[in-house]
Design a binder for this molecule. Structure first.
Ligand SMILES: N[C@@H](CCC(=O)N[C@@H](CS)C(=O)NCC(=O)O)C(=O)O
Length: 218
């Protein structure tokens, strides 16, 4: 039985984008199942396949793995011949530091700039906290890109880039400014045909999550 990845709306579900993009980039075959958010039931239908009531969820036979980072690590263990992480242990540790910071942090960016591929780009007034987070994010990207030479954070595309792909969308939607390295990284992610496919699918979706739309334009 093949792998199945359950995701939510491509317009809004930033956590779903991460494993989806990594699986496409590394050529892992999977069946994609889109289960849209249902705000009227607080998306409790996710409980049918996800003990956490959240997506993404990877189904491998009778095993379900939820949480984007757990899914990505499971894939890295299942397909160890692919370069999910940098080969060098010290560089891999740095990549993990940067990837895990996205997984567990940047709360103000996530709250104030929800991913929304349907949004007409426009800047918003960010809190001081969100501005500080964007400045830290830019510093980390610049550090990694200077050391690796780009175009991705650790030269070749890896899990760490999958973790930051939704941020690229947010930077564009909310017109966040940054320096040359920052701009070149946005362009590198946006040049990926799989990223473009996801973005186009998201733009075509007609489901509306009011909470996100209201925050987007607030
Ligand atoms: N830590 C989880 C977060 C997953 C998450 O928050 N997923 C959102 C969709 S992007 C969700 O399922 N939300 C449903 C809800 O909050 O009702 C991960 O990394 O996958």
């Amino acid at each position: 039985m093949g792998l199945k990845l359950i995701i939510a709306n491509k317009k809004y579900s930033s956590w779903s984008l991460r494993p989806w993009l990594a699986m496409k980039m590394f050529g892992v075959e999977f069946e994609e199942v889109l289960s849209p958010f249902d705000m009227s039931t607080a998306s409790n239908h996710f409980y049918d396949f996800s003990p956490s009531k959240k997506v993404p969820v990877l189904i491998d036979g009778d095993q379900s793995i939820w949480d984007s980072m757990a899914i990505l690590e499971y894939l890295a263990e299942t397909y160890p011949d692919k370069n999910w992480w940098p080969k060098d242990q010290k560089i891999r540790a740095m990549a993990r530091s940067i990837a895990h910071e996205m997984h567990g942090g940047f709360g103000a960016i996530r709250d104030e700039c929800p991913m929304n591929f349907g949004r007409v780009s426009a800047s918003i007034d960010l809190s001081e906290r969100a501005k500080w987070e964007f400045s830290r994010l830019e510093a980390m990207w610049e550090y990694a890109l200077t050391q690796s030479g780009g175009p991705f954070l650790f030269a070749d595309f890896g899990i760490v880039d999958a973790m930051y792909a939704p941020i690229v969308s947010r930077v564009r939607s909310y017109e966040i400014k940054g320096g040359a390295a920052f701009q070149s990284y946005l362009a590198a992610i946006e040049s990926l045909p799989h990223y473009q496919d996801w973005a186009q699918d998201g733009q075509r979706e007609t489901w509306v999550v009011e909470d996100v739309e209201n925050r987007s334009y607030g």
